[in-house]
Write a protein that binds this ligand. Structure first.
Ligand SMILES: Cc1ncc(COP(=O)(O)O)c(C=O)c1O
Length: 329
């Protein structure tokens, strides 16, 4: 609804509820179940999935989040995502709402209430409501929220033909903020908007030393001209759970002669541009090939064999590994 002085009215709680329902009916959303520690329970009606405006996460960005995949009724690699969530909480000086086991339990229960077998689970921790100050309100209770939803989807073309990325004009986050999965995604948002407006699929951050950083919500890796699988160091970018797992799984590709070595190190732009393959890695995109970076083709301009091998390794792991938690529907 556009703002207009005609719709400035004093509303009661019934008005608010009906307007929240109307708001959701105007937009198709795939939100299936939402837990809020502030409500003390789970709701499945998207119009009730709300957070108070004065929550510190809303008005100051003082919150963290993480996202794990729901695959065939099981949650993939939740422990790795929880490790990162707890690290981000510590770095952001956020108090946990309870022990790790309880947090995990609430995530699993919310997935069960959703009834869905495939999608994504995103969860947030905030320092809570109570004031509009810079520091959290006195006595604020930490807020914990879990959303089970349809997940991000990407075009098939990205996997069959590959993506085009551009070097973003936006500065990379300072290392402390890049390694913390906080709700401050302004550079990431602006980077993706800039890329789409310029006819690309996504952007890439380069750091002040001229080394490769990461993309909007995914990591970047390369197969060098010599055949090494190379990933940027995790000291100035987010430690992607997908990247960390793939760096382990990819060891089998050395034995198969598909890559010569696996290296986590700084990668300068000239070496990266001369690579055979460029890859995007992340929980939502899984593994996707980049075939064009700025005006230049990567390798022969087609998705390469290491992309296909890594995607297969990840798909298998997501179905068969011991990193799956069965959801008790
Ligand atoms: C900035 C950023 N880098 C990398 C990643 C990839 O991380 P993951 O593999 O855990 O999804 C994400 C996604 O969470 C991200 O937001």
């Amino acid at each position: 609804m556009a703002v207009s002085t005609n719709n400035v009215q004093l509303l009661g709680s019934n008005d608010v509820l009906s307007r929240l329902t109307a708001l959701r009916s105007r937009q198709q959303v795939n939100y299936w179940a939402f837990y809020s520690s502030q409500l003390g329970g789970i709701v499945t009606d998207p119009s009730l999935m709300v957070i108070p405006f004065d929550d510190h996460m809303v008005h100051r960005g003082h919150g963290i989040f993480d996202t794990a995949g729901l695959v065939g009724g099981r949650i993939y690699d939740l422990e790795a995502h929880l490790d990162r969530f707890l690290l981000s909480a510590e770095r952001s000086k956020l108090r946990l709402p309870g022990p790790r086991e309880e947090i995990r339990d609430i995530i699993v229960k919310t997935a069960a209430v959703s009834g869905r077998r495939d999608g994504s689970i995103r969860y947030w921790l905030s320092s809570g409501p109570g004031s509009l100050e810079l520091t959290p309100a006195a006595g604020a209770e930490p807020g914990f929220f879990v959303m089970v939803f349809g997940g991000l989807s990407y075009p098939d073309r990205w996997y069959t033909q590959g993506l085009k990325v551009m070097t973003t004009t936006y500065p990379i986050k300072a290392p402390l903020y890049a390694i913390t999965k906080a709700t401050n995604y302004l550079p990431n948002v602006l980077m993706q908007m800039e890329a789409k407006q310029s006819g690309f699929d996504n952007g890439v951050f380069i750091d002040a030393e001229g080394n490769i950083g990461e993309s909007s919500n995914m990591n970047v890796a390369f197969v060098t001209s010599g055949g090494a699988l190379v990933h940027p160091k995790f000291d100035h970018i987010l430690a992607g759970c997908t990247s960390l797992r793939l760096l382990e799984l990819a060891q089998t590709l050395i034995g198969q002669g598909m890559v010569t070595s696996i290296e986590v190190r700084d990668i300068g732009v000239p070496e990266a541009r001369a690579s055979r393959e460029m890859l995007l890695l992340g929980s939502s995109i899984k593994v996707a090939p980049v075939v064009q970076w700025d005006a230049q083709a990567i390798g022969d301009g087609n998705p390469g064999p290491v992309f296909r091998a890594l995607l297969r390794l990840l798909d298998d792991d997501m179905r068969t590994s011991d990193r799956l938690i069965a959801v008790p529907y």
